[in-house]
Design a protein around this ligand. Structure first.
Ligand code: URP
Ligand code: ZN
Ligand code: ZN
Length: 465
């Protein structure tokens, strides 16, 4: 089967050019000058006309939490609903987190997550492992997991008593990951200090959602970011700071990168489009915006955009961790610390970043592709199979309509939640066609793919240094 996408303008992280694109066996077979064949052109079984549209590599979301236990409940999207929603938004690959239960192996976490995803996913997926119990036995598992295509591990300096690891565990994990060719990812907040502030706030009757942010101040993120970078330097290891929110934390990343250290950072749309004002909305509405680290004062937005523009922040992922308001977020009605942490955003990342980034002139189309697809592909061992448009790459492609305007509305979105943090926001730019390995999975807003089409992707070892 041969498919031709003709008359489009290809946009990669480095180039923008008009071309025809030929797909065979799920991969990009050729890229030719528009209508460039004199005489008798090759035939295609299917022809898609992309005149007036851009052709982009499918989005890669390197930070999702599907079917995950958290805060006494489960994230609302499983691999079926979550990956279908991702596809609707133009994301064609996710890397989700398999959580190690304390006392169990990394392997058992991975086995559980394979079971959750297999036969359900609409798009391709990989896994990071969340390490909660770092010891001789679990450290010894790392090389085999890297060989199986799981080449990144996340640790937490937050959530004492559940996910948090101490500095010795972090240091050991960083060293072992470096030896094995894995990238260590860090949720950087000082969980111990935050726990004190949370306890005091609750005792003082400060129970509303806004206190979630006030008890997780920027300095707690900045301290843990610096500590993580220092431990990584000591271990001679690369490190990736997930969901960076704060200018003070960014300063540490900038300083480390300028010093030549292999330090990488990711932010998420909520830190560019949501703020303390949202957390302080009337009634319990603010609960929709409870995530960790928290959304910050609006004054942080231009600083985080600056990090994206200068390249100190390389990736924009979602940290999609959705919970319904009606029966999940409500668990924290009288105590903000019981509101399950996380926001629903797997479907809206590209809309927001195109509209708010490219549409406002903050970033170019090429930088958009880089932060949402190419850079995560490179950092997480998916490149060049994914994350770009090149001969031999998987045909994970978007026909992108830069002029399509629509309003984000929970009822029309496809995530398994009863709200959108971006409800009512008008955005311009959307995928018209989404293709996963050469198969159209979304056609003008309709899911035409199959449950179980998505496959586990074996990722290569970390190779950015
Ligand atoms: O609030 C968040 N971010 N929930 C998901 C877990 C995490 O910390 O990434
Ligand atoms: Zn986190
Ligand atoms: Zn997360």
């Amino acid at each position: 089967m041969r498919t031709l996408i003709k008359n489009g303008t290809i946009v990669t992280a480095v180039d923008t050019y008009a071309a025809d694109l030929w797909i065979e066996d799920g991969r990009i077979a050729a890229i030719t000058a528009p209508g460039g064949f004199g005489g008798s052109p090759p035939q295609a079984d299917t022809i898609l006309d992309a005149a007036g549209k851009f052709i982009l590599p499918g989005g890669i979301d390197a930070h999702t939490h599907l079917d995950m236990p958290f805060g006494g409940t489960m994230s609302a999207d499983d691999f079926e609903t979550g990956t279908r929603a991702a596809a609707h938004g133009g994301t064609t690959t996710i890397v989700d987190f398999a959580i190690q239960s304390k006392g169990k192996s990394f392997r058992s976490a991975l086995d559980d997550w394979h079971q959750k995803a297999e036969g359900k996913a609409a798009i391709d997926y990989g896994f990071h492992v969340i390490a909660t119990d770092v010891n001789d036995s679990t450290l010894a598992e790392i090389p085999a997991l890297v060989a199986e295509g799981v080449s990144s591990f996340k640790l937490f300096t937050a959530y004492p008593g559940s996910l948090m690891t101490d500095d010795a565990q972090i240091f050991r994990a960083l060293r072992k990951a470096r030896e094995a060719g894995a990238l260590t990812m860090m949720h950087a907040e000082n969980g111990s200090a935050i726990a004190v502030l949370v306890k005091e706030a609750i005792a003082a009757g400060q129970t509303a959602p806004k206190y979630h942010a006030l008890t997780r101040p920027e300095i707690a993120e900045a301290e843990a970011t610096y500590r993580t970078i220092a431990l990584a330097e000591l271990a001679g290891a690369p490190v990736y700071i997930v969901h960076l929110t704060s200018p003070r934390a960014l300063e540490h990343v900038v300083r480390a990168r300028d010093a030549g250290l292999p330090v990488y950072a990711e932010t998420c749309p909520q830190y560019l489009f949501c703020s303390l004002d949202d957390l302080a909305r009337d009634g319990f509405e603010g609960a929709k915006y409870v995530c960790s680290p928290p959304v910050r004062d609006k004054a942080a937005w231009p600083e985080i955009w600056r990090g994206i523009k200068t390249g100190h922040i390389q990736v924009v992922s979602t940290d999609h961790c959705p919970f319904r308001m009606a029966d999940q977020k409500i668990l924290g009605k009288d105590d903000f610390s019981k509101i399950p942490n996380g926001m629903a955003s797997i479907e809206t990342r590209l809309h927001l970043m195109w509209d708010g980034g490219v549409g406002t002139g903050k970033i170019s189309m090429n930088r958009f592709v880089e932060i949402t697809s190419t850079a995560p592909a490179k950092l997480f061992g998916l490149y060049p199979r994914k994350g770009t448009i090149a001969v031999g790459a998987d045909a994970d492609l978007l026909v992108w309509d830069a002029n399509k305007e629509h309003v984000l509305d929970a009822a029309a979105l496809h995530m398994a939640v009863d709200h959108s943090p971006y409800e009512g926001r008008k955005v311009k730019g959307a995928p018209e066609i989404v293709m996963s390995r050469g198969k159209v999975v979304i056609d003008k807003g309709v899911h035409v793919g199959a449950k179980g089409h998505g496959r586990f992707v074996k990722r290569a070892p970390f190779a950015m240094i």
